[in-house]
Design a protein around this ligand. Structure first.
Ligand code: F6P
Ligand code: MN
Length: 324
């Protein structure tokens, strides 16, 4: 089976980017090991602190963030980091050529139930003019990303990665510690009969999403004339992995609970990397009013509404904006 290095070279990734990715993934392998130890290492449960998003941090959020921060800042390839678990950008090497944004442990509430979790990341070029502690260079649209991916810590540890030449899925072979290419050029089927949304928020959604979901729930007796199935992992990384593997539509739409928040998921280290992966696999990634990757960020922890998945289903969902 092909190794990560060979595929990255075949896709034309520059050597320094390959070295950065290998460094980042070494950190993810350490996270995979820490996560697998669970209660034996006393790493489950919460800390006593909240992150900048107001979410109670899990012990594994803090551990995973520290692992990635240390390995990336010592690597020399990175000028600065932005992380879900850091209030501000973390300055690294002033000569570093890249900026890395990451969610060190997505879906971390799943650590309590031994369910799916993962690390999500994206990489852009660091502008030369940029000072390492200046957040403004992170405020680039997703179209500027040079590599994005996630590592899913599940029954197997799997990597989904794109450098803009398709999306490839790799599986970690723990016997030698390498990621082996198990699904090259994964394709999201254009049609689906599976959707993913937290329906407990239904009363807060806007009218078009309400109408769209009602029609899916009506099944064969409704206007869509087929039965839909529903899945919700409560970790975006798990839900998007299912979408990449067999299609579907994943939604965390705008809702009216808190008008100051445009959605729940964060643009830089959740929505954008997943959008790049899914678009490179032939799917769509929209906010409801445009392409996720074209949103111009105004701050590093910005949130966006998310509609990601099978092309025809996302298009159908968007068409409800024009119905009344
Ligand atoms: O990181 C935010 C996140 O945990 C996502 O991974 C996940 O899709 C979503 O929030 C789950 O939200 P909820 O708590 O509404 O199920
Ligand atoms: Mn997350």
């Amino acid at each position: 089976m092909k190794r990560l290095n060979s595929q990255l070279q075949e896709d034309g990734a520059p050597m320094e980017l390959i070295l950065l990715l290998r460094t980042l993934l070494a950190g993810c392998k350490e996270i995979a090991f820490r996560v697998s130890q669970g209660a034996l290492a006393g790493v489950l449960g919460s800390t006593l602190s909240d992150n900048v998003q107001g979410e109670r941090q899990k012990k594994l959020d803090v551990i995973s963030n520290q692992i990635l921060k240390d390995i990336l800042s010592e690597s020399g390839y990175v000028k600065a980091i932005s992380s879900e678990e850091e209030d501000d950008v973390v300055p690294c090497n002033p000569e570093g050529k890249y900026l890395v944004s990451f969610d060190p442990l997505d879906g971390s509430s799943n650590t309590d139930i031994n369910s799916l979790i993962g690390t999500i990341f994206s990489i852009t070029h660091a502008p030369q003019w940029m000072k390492p502690d200046d957040p403004s260079a992170f405020l680039q649209p997703g179209t500027q990303i040079v590599a994005a991916g996630y590592v899913l810590y599940g029954p197997s540890a799997m990597l989904a990665l794109t450098t803009g030449r398709g999306t490839h899925l790799y599986t970690l072979d723990k016997t030698h510690g390498g990621f082996l290419l198990t699904t090259p050029n994964v394709k999201v089927p254009e049609k689906t009969s599976e959707f993913s949304i937290n329906t407990s928020n239904q009363r807060h959604w806007e009218a078009p999403i309400q109408a769209y979901i009602n029609d899916l729930l009506a099944g064969t007796e409704g206007p869509r004339e087929k039965d839909y199935n529903m899945r919700w992992v409560a970790a975006m990384v798990g839900d998007i992995h299912r979408v990449l593997s067999r299609g579907g539509i994943f939604m965390y739409p705008y809702d009216k609970r808190d008008p100051s928040k445009a959605g729940k998921l964060r643009l830089l280290y959740e929505a954008n990397p997943m959008a790049f992966l899914v678009e490179q696999a032939g799917g769509l990634a929209e906010t409801g009013t445009g392409r996720i990757m074209e949103v111009m960020p105004t701050e590093i922890h910005q949130r966006v509404p998310v509609l990601i998945g099978s092309k025809e289903e996302v298009e159908t969902c968007l068409s409800y904006n024009n119905k009344n």
